[in-house]
Design a protein around this ligand. Structure first.
Ligand code: FAD
Ligand code: DLZ
Ligand code: SF4
Length: 516
């Protein structure tokens, strides 16, 4: 049966379920469309990366002798929606008898695609996305009947099922998790590995010019580029990481350094999420490095946990709880997103550094996302919709299945505690301990109140005051809330005064969080 096979921009693997059984006279459809490129104000490097990776992937399919209909963003006649492009392909080529595609990674697109059997005259087959280790059914089975969906227990099941770092039924080294060893600040004299960036080729250069022309006012730098665009290039990046950064990945996983974003991180999420790398092959290579004595267990276990633990877990949570998940706003947060999330124009050195990095690379590492921009948004009570939109837009690895649980759940506690047992709220002391930002900041991280005080300090207590009633049943916050309970009225007023003055100064005082 001649088949139209649709491949989306984040499905760039020859192993894709939609390509299974492909025949030489089938037609593979790939399309650059405005609906996907503009539904959120994506970072321009994210768009350029994905379009170039799509074009390279289409090229590799053609080299294999397969037929590809590739629609460019500026092609005349582009319908600018995936549905419109499927319709155009069916109209232009007679004899296509069915449509096969792989389920999308975002709920918004799933809702559209679920309608396709009624929209088209030929049968439509939507196949499972089996690039993940844990299927939707497997996750639902794990979640069923549980009061708490604790990542650590999910992760242990994934370890058992994959056999990664297992010695029979027991974890290698006798422990499941070595996180306690993974919270070191960077020594001042540490040598950071220098990354092997990729020179953009002619295809990437074309795409960069297209993005520059079509999105002249969009967020983010296109140059310098530097990311790989093919599976071979992504495999080289993986090899570089395993050799040069994995050994120290564990120790300095949580560290922050002004002007340095990559540190010992892998910078592989953009390749994993668009299909250029497979999660199991990445984990197997890391496991091999430990077996060969090239990387310690705390590093390799920590790295593998991020992939078969966190990555699979957040996808499970997303599909298990959508669409209701994103409607939650458990802390009733309604302030608008400050302008400095886009401009980096703030005196807070830590935030300016993360936003600058984000603008330059469409990348920030986990602690930058969670404990700097995420923590600020949590403390300041920024509306989760605005925060989710920002994270979905600005990172090259961002798709809602992975962005939303991390932002809505982990960073903002907007899901009311599905992902985290307590809000990840932290004062300036945490950032000072893990970074060198504070020594470069105009604010004083030791000062608790007044003009010069680090805003994270009084916003931390203001957050506790605003949410005192909502959080009072949370046992993990017990000691903090009892401390708060002892604050005099004058002290409470001073905290509120500092916070309000600060909100005024950054232009977000207009919507107040409703009292609990
Ligand atoms: P490394 O630190 O080298 O980790 C290795 C791999 O583990 C990553 O490549 C990634 O695939 C996986 N991983 C690590 N942590 C997580 C996590 N919490 N959830 C899922 N996978 C994880 N990750 C995304 O891929 N896309 C997003 O849109 C995204 N949004 C985030 C938003 C917020 C507010 C926060 C706190 C985290 C977010 N993350 C997201 C998770 C994490 O920050 C990134 O995966 C990581 O920073 C990517 O950089 P890396 O490849 O160098 O990761
Ligand atoms: C992110 C993205 C962008 C910017 N552009 C396209 C596109 O033009 N065509 C396409 O097929 N996919 C694109 N994508 C990825 C999709 O948005 C992604 O497949 C869905 O969000 C589901 O995860
Ligand atoms: Fe950030 Fe406060 Fe440190 Fe400045 S003093 S860098 S605002 S934590």
């Amino acid at each position: 049966m001649r088949t139209l096979r649709l491949v989306l921009g984040d499905q760039l693997t020859r192993e894709l379920s939609a390509l299974r059984g492909v025949q030489p006279d089938d037609l593979i459809l790939m399309a650059e469309v405005n609906d996907e490129a503009s539904y959120i104000p994506h970072h321009r490097k994210k768009i350029a990366f994905l379009f170039s990776a799509m074009r390279h992937f289409a090229h590799s399919l053609r080299e294999e002798g397969l037929r590809v209909r590739y629609v460019r963003l500026d092609d005349p006649g582009n319908a600018h929606s995936l549905e419109g492009e499927v319709a155009r392909a069916l109209a232009d080529e007679a004899g296509l008898q069915r449509i096969v595609h792989t389920e999308p990674g975002e709920y918004r697109l799933m809702e559209i695609m679920r309608e396709w059997p009624d929209r088209f005259d030929v049968p439509v087959e939507m196949r499972a996305d089996d690039r993940f280790i844990c299927s939707h059914e497997r996750f639902a089975r794990w979640a069923s009947g549980k009061q708490r969906l604790t990542m650590e227990y999910f992760y242990r099941e994934m370890r058992r099922e994959t056999g990664l770092l297992m010695d029979g039924d027991e974890p290698e080294g006798g422990q499941w998790n070595y996180d306690a060893e993974n919270r070191k600040a960077l020594p001042a004299d540490i040598r950071l590995p220098r990354r092997a960036w990729v020179e953009p080729d002619a295809i990437t250069r074309d795409v960069m010019a297209l993005v520059e022309e079509r999105f002249p006012d969009g967020f983010g730098d296109i140059e310098p580029f530097g990311y790989a665009e093919t599976r071979e290039g992504a495999l080289e990046q993986l090899g570089w990481f395993i050799e040069n950064a994995l050994p120290d990945f564990g120790d300095y996983q949580d560290a922050l350094k002004d002007g340095e974003t990559f540190l010992f991180h892998s910078v592989l999420s953009l390749y994993l999420n668009c299909g250029l790398l497979d999660p199991m092959e990445v984990c197997r290579k890391a496991e091999r490095a430990w077996q060969d004595g090239k990387a310690p267990l705390n590093a390799v276990e920590g790295f593998i946990r991020q992939i078969i633990g966190w990555r699979e877990y957040v996808r499970g949570i997303y599909w298990h709880l959508m669409p209701e998940y994103l409607e939650r706003n458990a802390l009733n947060a309604h302030r608008p997103l400050p302008e400095f999330y886009w401009t980096a124009e703030t005196d807070m050195a830590c935030i300016a550094d993360v936003v600058n990095t984000t603008r330059k690379h469409a990348y920030a590492h986990h602690i930058q996302r969670l404990m700097v921009t995420g923590n600020f948004a949590l403390l300041a009570g920024i509306d989760p919709r605005a925060v989710n939109e920002w994270y979905l837009a600005v990172y090259a690895d961002a798709y809602e299945w992975v962005e939303a649980p991390n932002t809505h759940g982990m960073a903002l506690y907007a899901d009311g505690g599905v992902m985290a047992t307590k809000p990840y709220a932290a004062s300036g002391a945490y950032i000072d301990r893990m970074s060198d930002h504070c020594s470069k900041c105009r604010y004083d991280v030791k000062a608790k109140s007044g003009e010069k005080a680090c805003p994270f300090n009084y916003l931390y207590w203001n957050f506790m005051l605003e949410n005192e009633a909502r959080l009072k049943g949370n046992r993990r916050l017990g000691p903090i809330l009892s401390n708060l309970n002892r604050f005099s009225d004058a002290r409470r007023e001073a905290i509120r005064g500092d916070a309000n003055r600060f909100f005024e100064s950054i232009g977000i005082a207009r919507t107040q969080r409703k009292a609990s």
